[in-house]
Design a protein around this ligand. Sequence first.
Ligand code: ADP
Ligand code: ADP
Length: 228
Amino acid sequence: MITFKDVEKYYGQFHALKNINLEIKKGEVVVAIGPSGSGKSTLLRCINALEEISSGELIVNGVHINDPKTNLNDVRKNLGMVFQHFNLYPHKTVLENIILAPMKVLKEPREQAVVTAESLLERVGMLDKKDAYPNQLSGGQQQRIAIARSLAMKPDIMLFDEPTSALDPEMVGEVLDVMKKLAADEGMTMVVVTHEMGFAREVADRVIFMADGQILEDREANAFYENP
Ligand code: ADP
Ligand code: ADP
C-alpha cells in the first residue's frame, strides 16, 4: 500500500532521508520511533506529498507520487493525517468541523455528511459534544474530534504525527484507545510517529527505528521488544 524505494530527501543541502526502503501492506500498523530530528515527520509528510522526495520512488495506494502527471489532490483524498496540534476551526462546532471537508471535497449532501459525522462521533465517544466549540473541549477530546474529521474523508490510510504529544498525560489514553479501535476493528492501514511504547507494543505490527535520516531497524513489533 506504501512503498519507498531508495528514497532520498534533501532540504537544501540537508540530507533528511537517506536510502529509505520500506514496504507497508494494507491493514498494517507501523510505528516510527527515534530521536527528534531523525526524519520521522519528513517520512510521513512525503507519504501525503506535503514534502517532495528528492530521488527514488514512492508509491502510495498504487500511485507513483513523484510522477509529475500525478494529481496530488487525488492521492491526499485517500489519506488522513492527524497532527500533534488538532487544528480544528475554532469558530465552528464539532459537527461543522467534521462535515466541512466531505461536503466541499467529496460533494456529499449536507444530510449525508451529518449522518456520517454523527456515527463517527459515536465511535470516538463524542456524540454528546457535537454542538460544542473546540475551546469548550479538553485536548484529548479535541484530538478525538480531529481523528473523526480525518475519518470523514473515508481514507484508506491514516498517518499520525505524535498525536498525543501535546496532551496532558491523563488524556493520552482516550486518544490511544480510539486509535487502537481503528486498527483492531477496522483494519486501517496506519503509520504512527509516537513515543508511546505501550501503544507500539499493543497495536503495532511493525516498529521502525529512525536515526539521522535512516531506518536503522525495521522489525515485527514482538521482535523489537524481545531483542532490543
Ligand atoms: P522528526 O520528526 O524525527 O523530529 P523531522 O522530519 O521533523 O524529524 O526533521 C528531520 C530534520 O530535517 C531535522 O533536522 C529538521 O530540522 C529538518 N527539517 C525538517 N523540515 C525542514 C524544512 N522544511 N526545511 C529544512 N529542514 C527541515
Ligand atoms: P514537528 O516536531 O511536529 O515535526 P517541527 O517544529 O519540527 O514540528 O516542524 C514544524 C514545521 O517547520 C514543519 O513544517 C517543518 O517542515 C518545518 N521545519 C522544521 N525544521 C526546519 C528547519 N530546520 N528549517 C526550516 N523549516 C523547518
